[in-house]
Design a protein around this ligand. Sequence first.
Ligand code: IPE
Ligand code: IPE
Ligand code: MG
Length: 246
Amino acid sequence: MLDLIDKLKLPKHVAIIMDGNGRWAKERGKDRLFGHQQGVISVREVVEGSAEIGIKNITLYAFSTENWNRPESEVNGLMELLVSTIRKEAETLKKNGVRLFVIGDMASLPPNCVEELNEAMQVTEHNNRLNLILALSYSSKWEICNATSRIAQKVKNNELDLADINEDTFKQHLTTANFPDPELMIRTSGEHRISNFLLYQLAYAELYFTPTHWPDFRKENLFEAILNYQNRERRFGKISEQLKQA
Ligand code: IPE
Ligand code: IPE
Ligand code: MG
């Protein structure tokens, strides 16, 4: 599989909706939290696989704004898992050239989570092999409202001219300002929806859905998705013949 991938045609940014932990666990007669724990192995695989082939940015949807509405025990379990995973993995990320970023409403996370994340972002800040962007307490509608409100404030303060608001200005006010838009979006576990994830940034992304539950997702599954992406024709509104001429 790996040798079929064209290293010159890699997506610059892959975004993943890691779904199906609960169903995976249930199928095995286990607690949902067990599924989340096993999902950490898949995260490791995907980070390693991305670094190996040379992808520069991956965004993982780890916890949505809507996920706060889950039972308290699951939310607490997820937050604890996040803290312990970041604590355990920070050194490995550092060693492997991975730089950690968080997008989302960090202020809504428990203080110990924020502390752990800030520390990991700090120890990895000089890395540039791969950006690992965790979407935590993230929702796209939240992000878009936030960006709009910040732009409006700047106009009000005369720091920004109304006539200067364009796509670039808007992008600069999103949490993903420093990253290229994802070119490939993967969702595991068979659901065909976006669930409030990167609505603006995914405007022209190729979408890839797989029935594999997240805890079963391995490097090979990532490579398969990339191969599938590389075999698509991205027309951006043009017609096929125009692309062949170029
Ligand atoms: C994804 O798995 C992880 C999070 C949303 C935190 P789910 O927990 O959504 O698993 P399913 O979809 O219920 O199987
Ligand atoms: C999306 O999964 C959020 C994350 C993967 C973090 P959900 O399982 O929460 O999405 P829905 O509710 O099925 O749309
Ligand atoms: Mg789910």
